[in-house]
Design a protein around this ligand. Sequence first.
Ligand code: BDP
Length: 713
Amino acid sequence: MMRKSFFLVLMVLSLIVRGEDGSRLWLRYDPLSAEKAAEVDQNILHIHADMTKPSLAAGVEELQKAISGFTGRVVPHSTRLQHRSVVMVVGGSRLAGRLGLNAELQAMHRDGFIIRPMVRNRQSYLVIASPTQVGVLYGVFHLIRSIKIDEFSSELTVKSEPKFDVRILNHWDNLNGTVERGYAGRSIWLWNELPGILSPRYKKYARANASVGINAMTPNNVNADPLILSREYLYKVQALANVFRPYGVRMYLSINFASPMVLGGLPTADPLAPAVRQWWIDKVNEIYQMIPDFGGFLVKANSEGQPGPLDFGRTHVDGANMIAEALKPHGGIVMWRAFVYEPDGIDRAKEAYLEFVPYDGQYHPNVTIQAKSGPVDFQPREPFSPIFNGLRKTGVTVEVQITQEYTGWSDHLVYLGLQNAEMLKSETYAFGPGSTVARMTDGSLIPGRVSAFAGVANIGQDANWTGHHFGQANWYAFGRQGWDHTLCPEKIADEWIRQTFTSDPAFREPVREMMMSSLETVIDYMMPLGLHHIFAWDHHYGPEPWCYVPGARPDWLPRYYHQATKEGIGFNRTRTGSGAVDQYEQPLADKFNNLETTPEIFLLWFHHVPWDHKMNSGKTLWDEMAHIYQRGVDSVRSFQKTWDRMEPFVDAERFRHVQSRLRTQIRSAVWWRDAVMLYFQTYSRMPIPLHLERPINDLEYYKQIKLPYLHHN
Ligand code: BDP
């Protein structure tokens, strides 16, 4: 009793001192209820693991930390197997043999794990076993999560294997410390201090990733500075890789295709030039000497001004395969981005497909074509990119954005687990029904290729890592979905809430509901019914459907996408327009080609529609738009009410932070509604239905707004 209350006082004191700044993410190991603590106390008395294995040592450290936080008891590590131990077992070891686990482990994915109660010589253990050390660590995190979300018991039995092999975060961080499209402060990589000083955040970062199964990362922007491949920077990269290694997070790098010229002083970067090929081979060898488990390269080539093989009269295949050949002897891969939009000039949404699909089958097996989930650019809602049904003999990777470039930065509460799930579940029909985007990319339907899931990170130096406390959920969900894309986003949100805040249903249920409606909400007040890219120039935060910048590429301007006229609005991608519908498989192509069968959520993506077109609701298109924008605003209002009711359940610091962000969100939502409706009204010349809220400023006011908020870094 004495001991317990002393412990509680200590915990409370430490909370007061530390404050609740969100820095612990979902890995908050606070005291459990007496009943739950007793269950843990009874079942986990010792931990047994081979401490010479770094990932197992990390697992022991984590479990000890968690249990001491949960129950106040330090669980000793024991070199002997003892009754009621957690036993960590790696496939192929003597211990695995003694426990009879080797055959089963051999048949498993290398990152997979088993958690199983076992009884030997009248002693009972909770075994966590995997073919690899890192897999055991994943099992440890699973066990800790089970405790937090009330799924733990002495009978806990789990067998879990990841769906994607490579689950990778792409940081768009520049070497000067800024972050492209980052809204959580400056870069966490302190390049100037590296390799000598290792910020404690690096290990915390790796731990957080391991806890959700993320096993790879690129630290630098896809608009890559060639300097990253210099010897000087490789030492820095090596230092980071060493910190990440025990947590199974492998280092990859974004590279600049012209590096052989800029760094190597060659006159060309032509992928067929022998000197260039040799330069890459030498560079790759140098990297593997320093980082033996290096993962490979991410390449943005011939896109938005980046150099690439096309500059030398070669193809993407030539470029990707040259680099793949340099990496192959070491087991490395090339993640070659498909975010290109040059050739056709009629419809940007068609271009990645046109540029990559004709070469299907020609890429080496260690190349994966990394394509954004939608055909344009991480919009609040897009249909899936047809490249996922076009490439059938090539490894393809879905790239999603975790950072909220197009969904309100870190100011708006938007749960992107929903957006990922919508994309991954989309039916492509490439090999008939069941050919979802997830199955086209996870190796199930195109075996023998790289299987990967990539996300553009939302992490920065902010104390809470992601700017918005709810941005953490997007990092969390990305990892969980990379591990298992069949997990329901609602379950993921629920897990995250319970670990990050509380399991109390009076908090958990309303907050989960808020998260579950948050994606539809942002779509409603930004770009409903298939509207897309009517964002303001460059910053992509607010609306600017009128935007015109002299000399700018037409496909960087909103009018290109909304095509509003006095008659109607929307991009005609049917057979009478750009014909993009025919990049989809049947029956989708016909379905999208026909106004009547196109789902209304994609209406203006595929069709140019008269303002008085009759919608399913019976309203005209114009009235429907007005209602939907209002619905988005109303929904943010309801988020505010929900959150204010949550005050008793949350620490003051996080409560106020989220409350303040919701206030920003409602102001932005009203801004979006008014600006977009007033602007399109100049075309439709129809009234905003009188029972809806009236605009609070006139159009001229909104047109004056330029970057109203400072950049976040
Ligand atoms: C766009 C971003 C730009 C990125 C580009 C990319 O606005 O900053 O460099 O995507 O993905 O959405 O390469």
